[in-house]
Design a protein around this ligand. Structure first.
Ligand code: FES
Length: 112
């Protein structure tokens, strides 16, 4: 089932939630499943960084939205546990975030 949102609700460099997706604009519109692979934080509450990656609001794991893979593991207290970040990065090679398709029609984004 398709969901839609106005482009005005997704300004450049931001991310928001649409149904089960985190939908954002990092220069292009993207949609990825919104549960972080670490502890399931809502990635729709995250941020888009200067590299165009989606950053988790809880422990700042960072995802490449073009592949759904974690490119930096959890930070903060979790970064101090050797191998933990690497473990989650490896997990997302096998189980990346699901990627949705975004189609822009007029000023409306349709997400599937
Ligand atoms: S829940 Fe996303 S990095 Fe911890």
């Amino acid at each position: 089932m398709s969901h839609s949102i106005s482009t005005a609700e997704v300004p450049p460099g931001t991310v928001t939630g649409v149904d089960k997706y985190a939908v954002g604009d990092n220069g292009a519109y993207f949609a990825v499943s919104r549960k972080c692979r670490h502890l399931r934080a809502d990635l729709a509450e995250g941020t888009v960084d200067a590299d165009g990656c989606l950053v988790c609001p809880w422990h700042q794991a960072k995802y490449d939205v073009s592949t759904g893979r974690m490119v930096r593991g959890p930070q903060g207290i979790f970064a101090k546990i050797p191998g933990l970040g690497a473990g989650f990065r490896a997990l997302t090679r096998v189980v990346p975030l699901r990627r949705g398709t975004v189609q822009k029609r007029g000023e409306i984004l349709h997400i599937d």
